[in-house]
Structure formats: C-alpha cells, structure tokens
Design a protein. Structure first.
Length: 265
C-alpha cells in the first residue's frame, strides 16, 4: 500500500549546496527545513571546470545522509539550470585572477541541472546562489530585495514571493571602471577594514533605495555580519540582516518558489 501523499512529501530530504567563490557548503534538510547534520564545507577548487564542480559536490554528498532531491546555488547568470555566465569559475585561481578562455567555453551553455541530476541520481534544482538564499528568508509580502555580501555581491528580487528574472546588476559600474562586485567584495573589505567598508555598504544601499523602492531589504552572505552596528542602525527598519545559513535552508523552499512568467521565457 502506498503512503499518503502528505506523508511522502514530509519525508522528502533535500541536499542543499551553497557554492561560493571561496568555499562550498552542503547539508541535508527535511521538508521543514531542519538540517539533519551540520553543514560540511570545502574550499572551492581552482581551476574549476563544470565536471570538477560536479565531482566536488558528489564527494560531499557521500559524507551526508541520503537525499531524495537537491538544490545547488552557484554564482552567475543561470536560466532553467543552464549557465549563461559564471565569472568566478572561469578564472585560473579564483576571483580576480586570470580568466581562462577554455573555461569560459566549458561553462557557457552548460546544463548544470542535468549534470548534477545525472551524477547524484535524483532531480536537482540549480539557481543563482542569492536566489536560493532569498528563498530561505523572504516573507512573500511586497517587494523584497536580497543582497548577499561575500566574494562579491549577489542579488535576487521577489514580488509577493514570486522570483523575478535574475539580473547581474552587480557587474554594473558603481563608478568609472569599478563594478558593485568589486566595490563591495571581499578584496575591498580586507583592504579597507570593516569600518570603512561598512560605510561603503551604506552608500551603495542608499544609492539603490530609489532604484528598487523595496518594502524590505535582506542582507545576507558571509560578510553581512561584518557590517558595523552604527551603520546597521542608520540603514533603517526596512533593512534586515539574515544568517548566512539561509543559503542552505533556502534549498528546501526553493522547490516551491513561484517564478515570474518572464523568467520562464
């Protein structure tokens, strides 16, 4: 006799993988989003062709409880699990190192959803990492912008809980020759120190506010905790810092995300 559909749904386990420029984290969660083991983390290996990323995730999954499906968040522009561009992973040794033409070619048009699904033996959803992060924190009410501060800057936009088409506006210039990615990324945080970098984050957010007119802005990613309290207070009540664990927890909620019709075209 088959188990009831609701009981079966409650038993679904999700492998959630958060792929960053400096590290890859993974855990397995139940249908309520509870982690069944602490996240495991490995440094992001470079150079990193698609096959090596798949092998790395498969090796991590072997040390985790069995899952029924997977969610992988990775940097760059992805549509329907297919890579359009992934700027960190086409470099020789990681962000801000030399771009290798053979990696640009290897990643362009790569169907990572299919590659992960085949290697792991179950369906895998592949999204931009900030979109997965957002899935773990948005309330589903109003216009909600998610920014992730880490190696670079990630973003995702939700309207009434519906995920908008992804825009890589982090690569737009914030000033001549400098993108938001460069302006707010880890290299600049280390160079400036947390206090000066926090003020820079505030200037960027103040500049973005009239562009998006959000109801709520969520700031996550590994460097969100480095924003100084005095800057957080100045940002206002509509700006919320969320834990970096959202990049893992969002792996469950990402399966129920509604997407804008434009993102399906």
């Amino acid at each position: 006799m088959n188990a009831p559909a609701a009981e079966t749904a409650n038993d679904v386990r999700t492998l959630a993988v958060d792929c960053g420029g400096g590290g890859i984290k993974a855990s397995v969660l139940d249908a309520q989003g509870t982690m069944h083991v602490p996240p495991v983390r490995v440094p992001t290996p470079y150079p990193l062709p698609p096959e090596r990323l798949v092998e790395t995730v498969v090796a991590m999954a072997k040390d985790l409880p069995k899952a029924d499906r997977g969610t992988v968040g990775m940097p760059g522009m992805l549509r329907h699990g297919v890579v359009i561009a992934t700027p960190h992973y086409v470099t020789k040794s990681g962000p801000r190192t030399r771009v290798l033409p053979e990696l640009v070619e290897a990643w362009a048009g790569k169907d990572m959803a299919a590659a992960f699904s085949e290697a792991l033996g179950y369906p895998v959803l592949v999204l931009n990492d900030a979109e997965v992060h957002g899935a773990g924190v948005v309330s589903g009410s109003g216009l909600e912008l998610v920014l992730t501060l880490g190696t670079g800057l990630g973003s995702a936009l939700f309207d009434g809980g519906v995920l908008a088409p992804h825009l890589e506006w982090s690569h737009a210039p914030v000033r001549w020759g400098v993108s938001y990615d460069m302006y707010l990324g880890e290299v600049e945080r280390r160079r400036l120190g947390d206090a000066a970098w926090s003020r820079r984050v505030r200037r960027a957010i103040d500049g973005l506010r009239p562009v998006f007119l959000w109801d709520r802005l969520y700031i996550g990613g590994g460097n969100s905790r480095r924003i100084r309290p005095i800057v957080l207070e100045a940002l206002g009540d509509d700006v919320v810092i969320v834990p970096n664990s959202a990049g893992i927890v969002g792996g469950v909620r990402a399966w129920g995300l509604q997407r804008s019709p434009l993102s399906e075209s």
